[in-house]
Design a protein around this ligand. Structure first.
Ligand SMILES: *Cc1c(COP(=O)(O)O)cnc(C)c1O
Ligand SMILES: [Zn+2]
Length: 550
């Protein structure tokens, strides 16, 4: 496993040693690992089928001489999940989630910690310093415990206390800094310098960049397996890679992975990169939108999402900007509110509970699809970078639980239990009829309703059945598709309106296509709302349902 380190600024090449952080020739801290790509291009693909699906399957492309299995916690090899419901909601069917929550400490930082700690162990280093907004320190702390490395973890006081406790649980020293993340990094840097300790240098840490690039390798292998049921080269890549960023190390490393694969002829195309920031701390987005070559940093971030609170990304911006330009990608920001909403959507529609930082990427995806930047025909991989935290109180608001008192001794058991059950839910829920010929669309609408309240849901899969069902059940609301075989939505509507029993039941019409003016005039005055399919993420749909039922 021969590799060398090349200075990005002057091209000078040196061997790798973890504690030598600067180019001996020009003093730059921006350097990258180089491998014998020609040999690896020919040999590694043949070895892959016999290796387990974790990040060590690419060991020839990692800066470790002798992978030490006893340190491994099973890092890498996270699943690539198809997000079918999100796809339907957005009208963008090819959305995949790289589920990095499934790492050993539940964020993509596990890759970074696994490789970096392995390199330290190999070099005989037994003490290190890291500044963190939480997840890096958690990962390092876990791997440090296995490797017998002492970790000094510097975190800001805004890091959720559950995260701080986890760092401490693995046996590391937690140092809480009251100040911004950039100030916290300064304190850590000075501490490490005075004591001569190894310290994590964020995106300038060679092992971190090398670790992150394994995500690119996995995405290409997984996309190929999903789409072609084979694993032949060239591998398939998505049109977009979307990730929430703080300092930008993830996309820098992942881009290097795609670059290496392209150089070796394993892939034909590098995806467009879409790094997403939290609006209250979006120095890269702002600088990019202003067309700046150097970043305009932010001194006091205004976001609840502490994981993403890098106010001064330094030169990472210059490199990431070039990547975004070269891949025809885009920088985007989203508000905390949008991120929290995306958390709900992801949990309620895909069964994935992410931390707010990871949800920033999904909120970014929603925004870019709506703006037409990501086209509905594009294939998108979104990195779900981090874990479920205990749901924060502000995320759920009130009314998310029902408190039921178990019957006391004074009631007869039967009566008491019945009384208790009435507290669980009222006897009657509003009745909603979904008349829709596509099973997928029915399921989606049912799920949207289920996740937002209690409804008694009736379904019909064509116009004739729909009419019968409605006349028998007299629902409180009808959700009606227009394009159906035999009796279409227009005819259903006419029949309903001409029968006094059903004439006043509110109707929301859903449609997959733009209506013609004459179609629109047939509907006018007959329905309460018109919803475009693929735009169900719009709050309007639920607001409409709620207002029509109450
Ligand atoms: C670290 C982290 C990020 C940001 O990663 P960078 O690529 O370093 O900017 C995003 N989400 C989660 C959950 C993280 O832990
Ligand atoms: Zn140099």
């Amino acid at each position: 496993m021969a590799f060398t380190i090349k200075c990005v600024d002057c091209g000078h090449v040196t061997p790798y040693y973890p504690t030598s952080t600067n180019c001996p020739k020009c003093n730059s801290q921006w350097r990258e690992a180089l491998y014998d790509y020609e040999t690896i291009a020919n040999t590694l693909p043949g070895l892959l089928p016999g290796r387990s699906f974790d990040l060590w399957r690419y060991r020839e492309l990692l800066p470790i001489n002798h992978p030490n299995e006893s340190l491994s916690l099973g890092e890498g090899g996270s699943p690539l999940l198809r997000a079918g419901n999100l796809g339907l909601l957005l009208g963008c069917p090819n959305i995949y989630i790289k589920d990095e929550r499934q790492g050993p400490t539940a964020s993509f930082k596990d890759r970074q910690a696994a490789i970096t700690i392995a390199a330290l162990k190999e070099a005989g280093i037994t003490e290190m310093v890291a500044a963190s907004t939480g997840n890096v320190a958690i990962s390092y702390s876990a791997y440090a415990s296995r490797a017998g490395v002492k970790l000094w973890a510097f975190v800001t006081s805004l890091v959720p206390s559950v995260k701080m406790r986890e760092i401490a649980l693995y046996g590391s020293q937690v140092i809480k800094i009251t100040g911004s993340y950039d100030q916290c990094k300064q304190v850590a840097f000075e501490f490490a310098r005075q004591r001569g300790l190894y310290q994590d240098m964020g995106a300038r840490t060679i092992t971190s960049i090398e670790a992150m690039k394994t995500i690119a390798f996995e995405i290409a292998e997984q996309m190929t397996a999903i789409q072609e049921e084979r694993a032949g080269i060239p591998w398939i890549t998505p049109d977009w890679y979307v990730q929430a960023i703080s300092g930008g190390m993830g996309p820098l490393g992942i881009h290097k992975g795609f670059r290496e694969m392209k150089e070796m002829g394993w892939i034909e195309r590098i995806p467009a990169f879409a790094p997403i920031q939290a609006e209250g701390c979006a120095p890269m987005v702002t600088s990019w939108k202003k067309g700046l070559e150097k970043v305009e940093s932010i001194t006091s971030p205004q976001t609840l999402i502490e994981t993403l609170a890098t106010g001064d990304p330094g030169r990472s911006y210059e490199f990431l900007r070039r990547i975004v330009q070269d891949t025809k990608g885009v920088f985007e920001s989203v508000t905390d509110e949008e991120a929290f909403r995306a958390m709900h959507v992801l949990a309620k529609m895909e069964g994935i509970s992410s931390e707010p930082a990871a949800a920033v990427a999904f909120a970014g995806l929603f925004k870019l699809v709506r703006a037409g930047v990501i086209k509905t025909s594009d294939t998108v991989v979104v990195n779900c970078t981090g874990h479920t935290m205990p749901a924060e109180p502000f995320l759920l608001g009130d009314n998310w639980s029902r408190d039921v008192k178990f019957p006391g001794k004074e009631d007869t058991p039967q009566e008491g239990l019945l009384a208790a059950l009435t507290q669980v839910a009222p006897q009657r829920f509003p009745k909603v009829a979904i008349v829709e010929d596509t099973a997928e669309a029915r399921r989606l609408i049912r799920r949207i309703l289920q996740s937002q309240g209690n409804f008694f849901i009736l379904e019909a899969n064509n116009g004739r059945e729909g009419l019968e069902l409605i006349q028998k059940e007299l629902p409180d609301l009808i959700i009606l598709d227009l394009m159906m075989p035999e009796i279409d939505g227009f005819a259903v509507l006419e029949a309903l309106r001409s029968n006094p029993d059903t004439a006043t039941i509110p109707v929301i019409v859903t449609t997959a296509k733009e209506l013609t003016p004459s179609e629109k005039s047939r509907l006018s005055g007959q329905i309460q709302a018109l919803m475009q399919k693929g735009d169900f993420l719009n709050d309007e749909f639920l607001d409409e349902v709620k207002s029509l039922i109450k």
